[in-house]
Design a protein around this ligand. Structure first.
Ligand code: HEC
Ligand code: HEC
Length: 478
């Protein structure tokens, strides 16, 4: 089997979480209804089916090996077989042997890449490191033979799923849609992972969040929001599994959005009604045509749904892989400009004039610039938002930060602020600085931003200074 073909294979896992059973009917991934609404109901069903094939359900997940998710994986060859148990030899380059110690190895997936069971998935019961033997949970239909190649995968995903259900789901939702039962009480709302967009990254503005970025957020939390810090509660290997689970949920959400958007073109929700009117044919006749066309689209490997899934998932996988490339991390090309009065004044001038920060953050940095009062353009519809002020990629209203409070969600180290200012904040209107702004000027802005809480807290006489020609609104002493 060629490498490319087997990459598209999936390893099925059972991830039922003991003690978290609840109502099994609630344990489904919810549809992204915002995106699905304008799509024909039959096409929506086709998307659901495709997603189940490649991602499974929350309780029976699928490890789609094409995606850059560290599922916990070991590859090897069968040496000898005794009933359900088989002794193996690993391919060290393609095996994470540490992951075989995972508490979630039971019910992880076993997929044969060759032999009588080629392409078939089984569930594992256990692994014994002393004699390198696996035990399968269920009997094989056809006994594996010496030399059969296999891959074991999914223990990290199962582990991540279990931790997610316990610690994150009540806010972020089963599907990672940010719609957990607690979410409605929170502002800002828990992140909806399904756009694949994360705000506080070290990577450049066109790149996704790296594993390191996500780990940092989950470890330290997001100050000033309800996102808690999970260190020291969670151990390093637990964080690792959790991060993979979140990345997997994000990729699943992105695949869903791509499929729905693609299908909307030919299979719009109102198509039958429209065409019936135009052509004087009965709606039921058009519905029949739609059903037939959809069937053909689903079956057409070269130009239909399978081909689209192949390329869309390839792009998504590539984008996530890209975030791990060291060169995407923003490292200032010059050391921090000395935090002097002069530097802050330059930063302040920039803030008020060329940097346009004032438009959103307001003259004293309180987050009340004029853009928070205007009607803003909605790129999704081409029109204006119904409500005044700024909106984020999730369609929620969003306020520029009140910089007088000195709370920085993405971290308070100067380098964190540098990254926020130079690259903007993904998924929000906070823009990257244009290329004409020099790294030294960004450091001036950093120095100024970090001084704002003190400037506004100080008595009036001490900070009456304002940048020449730009009287500055005085903040209130706290
Ligand atoms: C009490 C509710 C709550 C819980 C529990 C919670 N989160 Fe969050 N989380 C939030 C909120 C609110 C935000 C959004 C903050 C913002 O937009 O600034 C968020 C944001 C995030 C982000 C986005 C970071 C970024 O850069 O965009 C990640 C990743 C995340 N949470 C992971 C987790 C994980 C993993 C867990 C469980 C271990 C978890 N959260 C538990 C409320 C919660
Ligand atoms: C179009 C509006 C807009 C402009 C212009 C803008 N910002 Fe922001 N800024 C925002 C919004 C919105 C947020 C909050 C994003 C979030 O965390 O959800 C923000 C957040 C911030 C933060 C907080 C970072 C953190 O980790 O909490 C800083 C610092 C900041 N902006 C500095 C600046 C500077 C300096 C400029 C000018 C170079 C600027 N902003 C220009 C909208 C803007």
């Amino acid at each position: 089997m060629s490498a490319r073909v087997w990459q598209t294979l999936v390893v099925v896992l059972a991830s039922a979480v003991a003690g978290c059973g609840g109502d099994a009917s609630q344990m489904q991934f919810a549809e992204n209804t915002t995106v699905a609404k304008p799509v024909h109901h039959k096409a929506r069903a086709a998307v659901k089916k495709t997603l189940v094939e490649h991602f499974g359900t929350p309780l029976d997940s699928v490890a789609w090996l094409k995606l850059p998710v560290n599922y916990g994986k070991a590859e090897g060859t069968v040496k000898s077989v005794d009933g359900r148990s088989f002794i193996v030899e690993f391919n060290p380059e393609a095996s994470d042997l540490e992951s075989l110690k995972s508490p979630e190895l039971t019910r992880a997936g076993l997929l044969f890449k060759s032999g009588a069971n080629q392409g078939k998935s089984f569930l594992l019961a256990s692994y014994d490191a002393s004699d390198k033997s696996f035990e399968a949970l269920t009997a094989f239909e056809a006994a594996p033979a010496d030399g059969d190649q296999f891959v074991v995968a999914g223990q990290n995903l199962r582990h991540g799923r279990k931790l997610y259900a316990r610690h994150c789901q009540h806010c972020h939702g089963v599907s990672g849609d940010g719609e957990g039962p607690t979410a409605q009480y929170l502002n800002p709302r828990p992140r909806d992972y399904r756009l694949g967009v994360f705000k506080f990254t070290s990577t450049n503005k066109d790149t996704k969040a790296s594993r390191e970025d996500l780990k940092r957020i989950v470890s330290q939390g997001i100050p000033g929001t309800y996102m808690p810090a999970f260190v020291p509660m969670l151990k390093d290997h637990e964080l690792t599994s959790l991060i993979e689970y979140i990345r997997w949920l994000a990729m699943r959400g992105e695949v869903e959005v791509q499929l729905l958007k693609e299908l909307k073109n030919d299979f719009a929700a109102d198509r039958a009604k429209k065409e019936a009117k135009e052509s004087n044919t009965s709606t039921s006749e058009i519905e029949k045509q739609i059903a037939k066309q959809l069937e053909e689209y689903e079956a057409n490997a070269a130009e239909g749904l399978p081909a689209f899934l192949e390329s869309a998932s390839g792009d998504i996988a590539g984008a996530w892989e890209g975030a791990e490339a060291p060169e995407t991390v923003i490292v200032p090309p010059v050391p921090r400009v000395l935090d002097s009065k002069e530097s802050r004044e330059r930063g302040k001038l920039m803030f008020l004039k060329d940097g346009k920060c004032v438009n959103c953050h307001g003259p004293a940095g309180k987050g009340n610039g004029f853009q928070t009062e205007d009607y803003q353009k909605n790129d999704a519809t081409g029109g204006l938002f119904e409500k005044r002020g700024l909106h984020d990629a999730w369609g929620e209203q969003i306020k520029p930060r009140d910089l007088t409070r000195g709370i920085y969600r993405g971290g308070r180290r100067p380098i964190d602020i540098y990254r926020r200012i130079s690259q903007g904040i993904k998924g929000t209107p906070m823009p990257a600085t244009p290329a004409t702004v020099t790294p030294e000027q960004i450091w001036d802005l950093v120095n100024y931003v970090l001084s704002v809480p003190f400037e506004s807290a100080a008595p009036k006489a001490a900070t009456g200074s304002s940048v020449e020609g730009h009287p500055v609104e005085q903040g209130h002493p706290k």
